[in-house]
Each structure stands twice: as C-alpha cells, then as structure tokens.
Design a protein around this ligand. Structure first.
Ligand code: CTP
Length: 319
C-alpha cells in the first residue's frame, strides 16, 4: 500500500521563533475536516507491527513476581526491585482487553485550552485520556471532567504535590486519586530511576486507602517501540512525550481520535501568549536542546496527520 507521509519536509536550519506559531496555522474547529477511515486503519496496522497497545499498556501480574529486578529504560545501569505493593497493583488482564471506542479524546496540557470552551465537546467522547493528573474540576468548562485514563509521571508527585512533605499534600493527592473513580491510572514506573520512591508512595497510598483506580504500568518495550514506529516514518523524536505515547496507543482501540491541548508554542495562532500548562506556571523548556523531548517536531507530525484526516487537532475554541 501507499506510504503514510507524516513528515514530508525537513526542518529549516534557521528557525525564526517569533513566527513559529504562524507556520502551524490550523483551520478553526468549525471548518471542514473529515475523518479518513482508510488512513486511520492503515496507521493502526503499521503501529501494530511495532507494538500492541492491548499488551504494552501494562505489565501483567503473571509476568513478574515480587523481588524481580528491573533495569530502568533510560538508566540501564540502575535497577529496581518489584515490591510487594507494585506486584499487588499489577493488573491480571489488560485494562484495554477487547476495547473499542467510536471516538476518543486525548487531552494534552497546553494553556491553549484556557478559554477554549472545549469541556463539553471533550466529555462527549466515548473514551477520554488525560495526562499527568492535570486538574479538571476548576477548569471543567475548558477541559471537561470525564477521565477514563490518566497518566502520572512520577515527577508529578514532586511538581504538583510537593513530594508529599506533609499530611496536607498527602491528603491532596489522595483526594485527586479518589476522584478518579474507577478509571485507569497509568504510571510509567520503569522509565527513569528518579521516580523510585514516588511510585512507591503512590502505590502505598492506593492500597492503604483502597482507592478505586485501575493501575497500569507500561511495558518495558513500549517506549522504544513507539520511537521505532515514528522513526520509520521519518519523525526523529528523541523521547516521545506522554501525549504522543497516548496517541500511538489510542490508534489501537479508537476509531476516531481528537486531540486537545497540544500546542508546544509560546504564542497562539493570533500571536497571543499561551501558558505552557493550563493549570500551573511552569515555563517553556522543552524547545531547548537540553530537553529530552522534541515537542514541536511531534506537533508537526500530528498536524500533518490532522491535514490528512487521520486525527483531529483542536487548537482554538470549540463551537
Ligand atoms: N503538550 C503540548 N503542548 C504543551 C504542553 C503539553 O503539546 N504546551 C502535550 C505533550 O504531548 C505532553 C502532553 O501534552 O506530553 C502532556 O503535557 P505535560 O503533562 O506537560 O507533559 P510533560 O510532563 O511536559 O512531558 P512528558 O510527560 O511527555 O514527559
């Protein structure tokens, strides 16, 4: 079959940052966009050659036992032991087993969501994926409330919950976890050594307070597989972001995929400043050389897929 062109042109050597967002101009949500079913199916098939979301979304109980040693994916020389708590929280079967949804929303965390009024539209999708335990309650009008899967990098415990230094922060995290109400909590526990204690704290909290969440811990091969897929399509990402991981996984079980809150640029399409996150004051750092991510490159690939109808990006207001 014909190739999927995800990244047609090579990036220019000199980037004029002041104009960056102009180049990414995207049609407003209301203008004509049509889902390309054929292309979506072809992408799903291609991705299945690299990974299977049903399997790779989580390590299963049958494959590990307490005391097993795991080498971190990004720090191969560092290891962790599978704790009793982690073992207990491993799912017996894939949380995505035989799952199929008509439309899915993947909600990134860009400040472009503020004043978007996208909450209702997001909540209308059959399956809603969110990233890094981003708050929803206070932003419901713009981001919605429905959460079927939410990711949690261990660093979130430090950034948003003060490393649980006291009872107040522990209670805050506990409340957030309780509010997930049966949805999937996806914790990349085997990526980098820095998160060891943080993952353990969360595991302990969930078990101790009988929090109603379905925990999932991505497989050891997921990251390389995702990177491999995109590399094959000439998208040279250093380390895929959570958002890109979620899109890649979603192709397996979602018929149509809608992306919100993906906008890794400091200015919006009307040249107005955009916050990096809709909910905190974190600054842009990911466009720098030192960052492990290449978000603008990822965005370019996603935009190309939007133009071909494989996914729909919303970067402005919803109707
Ligand atoms: N995102 C985006 N533009 C922004 C911020 C985030 O496109 N200004 C997308 C990225 O795909 C990102 C996802 O939304 O992975 C979730 O955002 P965030 O929680 O900020 O992810 P990071 O912690 O920055 O990065 P990661 O979890 O991918 O390491």
């Amino acid at each position: 079959g014909a190739e999927v062109v995800i990244n047609g042109s090579s990036s220019p050597a000199v980037v004029d940052r002041s104009n960056e967002s102009i180049k990414h101009n995207i049609q407003p949500a209301s203008s004509k966009w049509r889902h390309n079913q054929t292309l979506s199916l072809r992408i799903r098939k291609q991705i299945l050659k690299f990974l299977d979301a049903e399997k790779d979304i989580s390590v299963l109980k049958g494959t590990l036992k307490p005391g097993d040693i795991i080498h971190y994916i990004f720090d191969r020389d560092s290891t962790m032991n599978v704790s009793q708590n982690l073992y207990e929280l491993l799912p017996r079967t894939s949380p995505l087993k035989n799952k199929h949804f008509g439309t899915c929303a993947i909600v990134g965390n860009s400040g472009v969501l503020l004043n978007s009024g996208c909450g209702q539209e997001i909540d209308a999708h059959s399956f809603v994926i969110r990233c890094n335990l981003a708050p929803v309650q206070e932003y419901a009008r713009d981001v919605g409330l429905k959460t079927d899967l939410v990711t949690m990098n261990p660093s979130v415990i430090q950034r948003a919950f003060e490393d649980l230094v006291n009872a107040t922060w522990r209670e805050k995290l506990l409340q957030r976890l309780h509010s997930l109400n049966g949805s999937i909590l996806w914790i990349p526990a085997f990526m980098a050594r820095g998160g060891k204690e943080r993952v353990e704290w969360v595991n302990e909290l969930i078990l101790k307070h009988h929090v109603n969440v379905r925990t999932a811990y991505p497989s050891l091969r997921l990251l390389h597989a995702v990177r491999g897929y995109w590399l094959t399509n000439k998208v040279h990402i250093k380390r895929p972001t959570t958002g890109l991981l979620m899109y890649t996984l979603a192709t397996r079980f979602c018929n149509q995929i809608y992306l919100y809150g993906f906008w890794p640029f400091p200015l919006d399409q009307n040249q107005k400043p955009v916050k990096y996150h809709y909910y905190d004051s974190l600054k842009y750092g990911y466009t720098s050389q030192a960052s492990p991510h290449t978000m603008p490159l990822e965005f370019k690939a996603l935009k190309s897929l939007h133009e071909q109808g494989a996914l729909k990006l919303t970067v402005g207001q919803c109707d």
